[in-house]
Design a protein around this ligand. Structure first.
Ligand SMILES: [Zn+2]
Length: 179
């Protein structure tokens, strides 16, 4: 029996960028037995993905594997490549993004908007899908739900809300977890 948590609802391709962006050691594993690579991810991230998927329905993280391989490297062609793990020289996101440490995901739900999920987090903070989440990002017009397990001063007591450039979409800086 495998010791690795294998998500029920996500293939490894959805959580990694196209092979061309993988370091050699990862690419080798990807070509040989790619499910091994789930072990790279924080266990809580994988469990949370499944729980969110079960609560909110169809969810896309990366979708590059539906595109022709010749376009993977062409960043002018829009597709989701870096919504899961990101390489250190990734052209997207901030320098020390939790994505680079296997602790963050950007979820695009087909039937649920980020503000709906934020509202539920504030109302029902003890729901299982929020159990492990430590930080989220929120700003007006955001089309994806970012969550991560990054640490902060109120770890496990509150979810820290990271703002966009100017706003937090009306959310407080911390959403209390403990009643
Ligand atoms: Zn993100």
């Amino acid at each position: 029996m495998s010791n690795t948590y294998i998500p029920k609802h996500f293939a490894i391709e959805e959580l990694l960028p196209p092979p061309v962006f993988l370091p050699d050691a990862f690419r080798k594993a990807y070509q040989q037995s790619r499910e091994k690579l789930f072990r790279l991810f924080d266990y809580r991230v994988l469990v949370t993905l499944d729980r969110l998927r079960e609560r909110y329905g169809v969810c896309t993280v990366n979708n590059w594997h539906f595109f022709d391989a010749s376009a993977w490297n062409d960043l002018s062609v829009h597709m989701f490549r870096f919504s899961g793990w990101r390489p250190f020289d990734c052209p997207e996101g901030v320098e020390l993004s939790e994505h680079k440490f296997f602790r963050a995901m950007d979820c695009k739900f087909k039937h649920t908007t980020p503000p709906e999920i934020w509202a539920e987090l504030r109302k029902n903070k003890n729901a299982p899908e929020f159990e492990f989440i430590q930080r989220i990002e929120a700003f007006e017009g955001m089309s994806w739900f970012h969550f991560d397990m990054g640490q902060h001063g109120r770890y496990d007591k509150a979810v820290k809300v990271l703002s966009g450039k100017v706003d937090r979409a009306g959310l407080p800086q911390f959403v209390e977890k403990v009643a």
